[in-house]
Design a protein around this ligand. Structure first.
Ligand code: PLP
Length: 392
């Protein structure tokens, strides 16, 4: 019998990818299934970005690049961080990776020792805890609910930090809740972090551009610049420019940490795809205009989805600030259906309504469902009508 590593037996496959796979299987078996599980924009990658990649291929830009990214892409990232966020970085403070997922993986392997604690607010992006576990770390989950709009409070953070805390993860706007921290909320968290100089902050800004809140985007560093030496900014082009398949994410932070993460990457994937780097450079240098119509569509769908979810008996859903997810509380609907866990409830919706949603337990908060509205209005109308019908 093959003896697998202890490490791999401690983690699970990504539950969001699993829901997508299950929906695809039922579809292939002839079932009429609407998949609202996937976390990727439904729009095509903008034309000027695709053209840049085609040109790169035609010019033979198809070889290894520097492990940490091409000088041109790094420059585009530095300009983005300066212009959008007022943050200053040198090229040796930037690491380009194969998606935001690899950025966080590199961080985990380069920074976490066995037994180190990593504070992760729930609901969280499904991959954080497992990547921490791969590195031997201990995820410390901070629970939240609608009463604080799924955001941790300063007091909660203060109570969770121990001498073993190595990283605090912040993700705003959040996958799965779509909510974002305000400047004042970040300032309050910064006040706590200032008392604990041994803690690094990882701010995952992946959904920065998918934004419609009536306040402006900020991260912990734009609000607390004094945390510069112990903050790592994680971002990427996957969600902003509808480029999930190109696999480009990036990290910006202290030289020592970025160098260590680069070393990890040099012994795993080496550079991200050369062609994708040219595409990402074109995306960042081309600005945000091509993103505007996507955000407009996401906002329209968001308004429709939140309103309609709140009309379903036993569902209640708060409005989001960005991203493309609705995260309704379905505890009452579960109780009405006599179902006590959200995985079974998701299965019921899949089989009886033909709609695939991701159960909240995947994100550390059972009793909720994540609905991705990265799909057309017609499909959303159909899906919500089906859920309504199945539960009435
Ligand atoms: N961070 C968050 C919060 C995400 O939701 C995702 C993708 O789902 C990522 C990072 C990683 O994105 P990618 O690896 O596709 O660039």
């Amino acid at each position: 019998d093959l003896q697998l590593s202890d490490r791999v037996q401690q983690i699970k496959p990504s539950p969001t990818l699993a829901v997508t796979k299950r929906a695809a299987e039922l579809k292939a078996a002839g079932k009429d299934i609407i998949g609202l599980g996937a976390g990727e924009p439904d729009f095509d990658t903008p034309e000027h970005i695709k053209q840049a990649a085609i040109e790169a291929i035609n010019k033979g830009f198809t070889k290894y690049t520097a492990v940490d990214g091409t000088p041109g892409l790094k420059k585009a990232i530095i300009n983005k961080l300066k212009n959008d966020n007022g943050l200053s970085y040198e090229p040796n403070q930037i690491l380009v990776s194969c998606g935001g997922k690899q950025s966080f993986f590199n961080l985990s392997l380069a920074f976490i020792n066995p037994g180190d604690e990593v504070i992760i607010p729930a609901p969280y992006w499904v991959s954080y805890p497992d990547m921490v576990v791969v590195a031997g770390g201990v995820p410390v989950i901070l629970n939240t609910d609608e009463s604080t709009r799924f955001k941790i409070t300063a007091a909660q953070l203060d109570a969770a930090i121990t001498p073993k805390t190595k990283i605090v993860v912040l993700n705003s706007p959040s996958n799965p809740s779509g909510v974002a921290y305000t400047a004042d909320e970040l300032k309050a968290l910064g006040d706590v972090l200032r008392k604990h100089p041994h803690v690094l902050v990882a701010t995952d800004d992946m959904y920065e551009y998918i934004w419609w809140a009536d306040f402006g985007f900020e991260n912990i560093l734009t609000v607390c610049p004094d945390l510069y030496d112990r903050t790592i900014v994680l971002n990427g082009v996957s969600k902003a420019y509808s480029m999930t398949g190109w696999r480009i994410g990036y990290a910006a932070g202290p030289v020592k940490l970025i160098s260590a993460m680069t070393k990890v990457q040099s012994q795993s994937t080496s550079n991200p795809t050369s062609i994708s780097q040219i595409a990402a450079e074109a995306a960042l240098n081309g600005g945000r205009d091509c993103v505007t119509p996507m955000v407009k569509a996401f906002k329209e769908r968001h308004d429709y989805v939140v309103k309609t979810l709140n009309e379903i008996p036993g569902f209640s859903c708060i409005a989001a600030d960005g991203a493309f997810y609705a995260y309704p509380n379905v505890k009452e609907a579960m109780a009405k259906a006599g179902i006590d866990n959200d995985i079974d409830f998701a299965e019921k919706l899949l089989l009886e309504a033909g709609v695939a949603l991701v159960p909240g337990s995947a994100f550390g908060t059972p009793g909720y469902m994540r609905l991705s509205f990265a799909t057309s209005m017609e499909v959303l109308e159909d899906a919500l009508a089906r859920i309504k019908k199945a539960l009435s």
